[in-house]
Structures are given as C-alpha cells and as structure tokens.
Ligand binder design. Structure first.
Ligand SMILES: Cc1cc2nc3c(=O)[nH]c(=O)nc-3n(C[C@H](O)[C@H](O)[C@H](O)COP(=O)(O)O)c2cc1C
Length: 182
C-alpha cells in the first residue's frame, strides 16, 4: 500500500505539515509506504487552460507536477493538507487542485483510477472553515472517484507549534491515516 501526502503550507514545521505527517505516521503504522510532497518547494505552474489534457489524456506542462501525477496514480491513499488563507485553501494548494483537471475527460468523467482513499487536513487562525474544507474534500472525491475517509483540522493555530499541544487532533489525524490503509 502506498500513501501520498501533499503539503500546501509554505511554513516548514508548521501545523499543516505536522497534521499531514501524523496522517502519514498512522498510515505507516498500518503498514503503508509513504511519500510526501511540499508544494511550496516545487516548481508547479497553474493550469494554462490549453485543454491539451482533454485530447491527450495528460497535462502538457512538464514541471514538478509530473512527479506528483505519477505518485497519485500509484497511490492507494492520498492526504492533502492546507492552511486556510483568506477563507480558502492556499494558492499553492489551489494550483495543485487545478492541475488535477488533467485527469478529466472532455465530458468531465475521470481517467483517475477509482477507489483511492482520500483525507484532507487543514489549520487556521480565528475562522471556522470546516464545512468549506469538507465541501472541497467531497467534491474532489466525487470528481476523481475517491473514497473520502474524513477531514481533520481546526482553528487557533497561528502559532507554528499550536497543533503539537492538541492531542485529540493529532490522534484523530493518526487514526484517519490508519483508515487510509485498512
Ligand atoms: C495570508 C494569510 C491568510 C490567512 N487567512 C486566514 C483566514 O482567512 N482564516 C483563518 O482562520 N486564518 C487565516 N490565516 C491564518 C492561518 O490559516 C493559520 O496561521 C494556519 O494555522 C497556518 O498554518 P501552518 O501552521 O501550516 O502554516 C491566514 C494566514 C495567512 C499567512
């Protein structure tokens, strides 16, 4: 079993990274091989709306998204993590999400191998965007034929280390990680 983590936060060692790593730790404890990508440190451009993917079944851009596409195709489980910026996921995360358009045919049916398990994690400051994150997870799951196992996250996490004292949330992330595998 392979589980891939995608980190959409620019902050190294921050709350999103910690949550994604807890999910991956749970998956590893259940026997999975894990791999992590930090979007902020990769060369990934936004979708250029060229619609090349609709004719050729793959994205025309040959940037670092190529490695992520390959890992996603091989994965049994996927965890996507983002902080909330201006009421939505970060630009890095949105850019990654837009590039998943390459998995959709002209009529928007999916070429993504169905049945992969999916989790989203998030962290934020003063807001409460849980429902919005839940909506994104459900939509991605529906579009790509993934089984959404849940979301985990919360607010009050402006401090880099805030999540480290939230034992319940860390345990929830670990538990969800196991669910990506069993
Ligand atoms: C540009 C920017 C915009 C933000 N917008 C929001 C927001 O709309 N709502 C919110 O609750 N927190 C917001 N925050 C706070 C972050 O979501 C919060 O600090 C988060 O836990 C950071 O995650 P990290 O530790 O992984 O970097 C914002 C932070 C930044 C830097």
């Amino acid at each position: 079993m392979k589980v891939v983590g995608i980190i959409g936060s620019p902050r190294r060692g921050g709350n999103t990274e910690t949550l994604v790593e807890r999910v991956l730790a749970g998956a590893a404890a259940a026997g999975a091989e894990t791999q992590v990508f930090r979007l902020n440190e990769m060369n990934i451009r936004g979708c250029q709306a060229c619609y090349y993917c609709k004719e050729h079944g793959r994205c025309r851009q040959e940037d670092d998204m190529v490695q992520i596409y390959r890992a996603l195709l091989e994965a049994d489980g996927i965890v996507l993590g983002s902080p909330i910026y201006m009421g939505y996921v970060t630009a890095q995360t949105k850019l990654f999400m837009d590039r998943l358009f390459a998995f959709l045919r002209p009529g928007l049916s999916s070429t993504f191998p169905p049945g992969k398990k999916f989790i989203m994690v998030y962290s934020q400051g003063g807001g409460d965007d849980r429902e919005m994150v839940q909506g994104i997870a459900q939509r991605l799951g529906r579009i790509l034929g993934m089984q959404v196992k849940g979301i985990a996250g919360g607010n009050g996490m402006n401090d880099l280390n805030a999540v480290k004292s939230n034992t319940a949330l860390l345990e929830e992330a670990f538990r969800l990680g196991k669910e990506l595998v069993v």
